[in-house]
Write a protein that binds this ligand. Structure first.
Ligand code: PHE
Length: 524
């Protein structure tokens, strides 16, 4: 049966066909604007865009295609906002007495301080990379060779590192064994026929690698003991032994911090991607489409509604500069609206006050030697621990190179708050001490670091908007509507918060809404 036959022979909807993978997703051209109004309607209309992050630049880029005259105001000296690649020479100073930092990574080494991975199903991000000519490579998210480390537990398996694969194969084995036992005792006879049970047992034998007696006695999937790999001559290799079930259960690895998110979370399943050379390849490519349209070092201090549109004041070299436009698209993160003098409505101001933003931080650590590759066979992926460092990310690029930069912590909430509150030298110490429990090579191989806490970074004020049901209901809807001639865009105006896809899709939504409104004017 061909795909066409299948489609013809069913009454399946377009959406379900898409979901079953029977149709190709929308081609590039299907994303082309304008959805409403004529292309010429935008000609010469002035729009002031606040923020040269992904949402702001995409808004200006798409509005530009429709003839609008956009000015983008950016507080920082760089574009990209929370899409930020840290490399040698990068400078930053956090708020509230932050230590000034200048990154001293070796040439070619970097880490993505903000956005760092693209899910394969974020079509809009992938489409923009295509359109802008940003080459992508694989980001290795789930690596079973990385480690788990439960600090402070009492079981035999606490306070030591364990390969994620050992944990998974053992737990799969034991749970398969238990279910097989239940089946062998005919306890599921009511639901399943004898043939069904046989098939399920076959599945379990494979899933858990059970022996003929349906017992889990370890598996060659775990690989070989250290320095006992199979080799030439009389060296067949020595397989590892499984951990005991009760040891595993008492290990502490059932805490949520150790969940196998790489396999289970929709956004973190293989395949993930990243731009070659750093995530900032995306904002840089957008910037190239907006030459002469972005004002850098131009923090906005006032946002006013006027009779015919908007008036914006920004600071340039310490002096206020005023500009006017017909529309404004404000992509500033909500925490940045709090200190803005504005005519924004009370509901928008309350959203700025009450939608919480994620506290989150990262540190890049440069090492003399890629010991995680050379000694541990870890190429990309993430180790997890309940210590404050929470995660260690191994780079998916520059494999087998001489030196390397890994992300020594990536943490959230109270862990990020605790580490982020410290001076950078203290953060580095903690990253080295805690990470050193997993990788003893840290102390001899470390060279330098660069750390950041998004909730302390000027012009961001947090990692991303974190809605719960109540704030989504109370504050979110107001951000979807224009407040007079002021529109809002950014990840906080989507259900894709914390992802670049949110920034992109919010920009397109706003451009469509604004352009449809202009289309209505010109009809009259
Ligand atoms: N998108 C961010 C990341 O990949 C933040 C995030 C983390 C979002 C975990 C969802 C889950 O790290």
């Amino acid at each position: 049966m061909t795909r066409r036959d299948f489609i013809n022979s069913t009454s399946a909807s377009y959406a379900s066909l898409l979901a079953w993978g029977m149709l190709q997703p929308a081609p590039a051209s299907a994303l082309d604007l304008p959805a409403n109004g004529k292309k010429s309607d935008g000609k010469g209309r002035k729009v002031i865009v606040l923020g040269a992050g992904l949402a702001g630049m995409t808004t200006a880029y798409e509005l530009g295609k429709l003839g609008y005259d956009c000015t983008v105001l950016e507080a920082r000296s760089r574009s990209g906002g929370r899409v930020w690649t840290v490399r040698g020479g990068t400078k930053e100073t956090e708020l509230a007495g932050g230590t000034p930092q200048t990154c001293s990574f070796e040439n070619g080494l970097y880490f993505n301080g903000g956005a760092a991975r693209i899910p394969h199903h974020h079509q809009i991000t992938l489409q923009y990379c295509r359109e802008l000519g940003v080459p992508l490579e694989i980001f290795n998210g789930a690596n079973e060779s990385a480690y788990l480390y439960n600090d402070g537990g009492t079981g035999d398996l606490a306070n030591r590192r364990m390969r994620i694969s050992d944990y998974h194969f053992d737990m799969r084995g034991y749970t398969a064994e238990l279910l097989a036992k239940a089946l062998d005792q005919s306890s599921l006879d009511q639901q399943l026929t004898k043939e069904d049970v046989e098939k399920l047992i076959d599945f379990l034998k494979n899933e858990g690698d059970l022996n003929t007696a349906h017992l889990y006695k370890g598996t060659n999937r775990r690989g070989y003991k250290a320095k006992s790999d199979p080799g030439a001559g009389h060296t067949p290799g020595t397989l590892t032994d499984p951990y005991g079930l009760t040891d595993l259960l008492r290990s502490g690895f059932m805490q949520p911090v150790f969940y196998n998110v790489g396999d289970y979370a929709y956004e973190q399943q293989a395949t993930l991607l990243q731009p070659v050379g750093g995530m900032d390849a995306i904002p840089r490519a957008l910037e190239k489409k907006l030459i002469g349209k972005i004002q850098f070092n131009a923090p906005v201090s006032e946002l006013r509604k006027t009779e015919n549109g908007v008036r914006v004041v920004y600071q340039k070299d310490g002096k206020p500069v005023e500009i006017t436009g017909e529309f404004c698209v404000c992509t500033l993160p909500l925490p940045m609206l709090k200190n803005l003098e504005s005519d924004l409505s009370g509901t928008v101001k309350r959203a700025a006050d009450f939608v919480p933003y994620m506290k989150t931080g990262k540190i890049g650590l440069q090492f003399k030697r890629r010991f995680w590759e050379e000694d541990d066979g870890i190429y990309g992926g993430i180790s997890r621990t309940n210590m404050d460092i929470n995660q260690i990310w191994y780079p998916s690029f520059g494999l087998q190179g001489k030196k390397g930069v890994l992300i020594g912590y990536y943490n959230f909430y109270s862990r990020a708050e605790a580490i982020g509150a410290l001076p950078v030298a203290e953060r580095e110490k903690i990253a080295l001490a805690q990470g050193g429990k997993i990788h003893p090579q840290y102390s001899s191989e470390f060279e330098n670091s660069f750390s950041l806490a998004w909730h302390r970074l000027p012009y961001s004020g947090g990692g991303w908007a974190t809605y719960d049901d109540a704030t989504r209901k109370k504050y979110y809807p107001t951000l979807l509507e224009p407040d007079g001639n002021i529109y809002f865009a950014g990840e906080h105006t989507t259900y894709l918060t914390a992802w670049m896809a949110g920034a992109f899709t919010s920009a397109r939504r706003t451009v469509e809404a604004l352009h449809a409104r202009v289309g209505e004017y010109t009809k009259k």
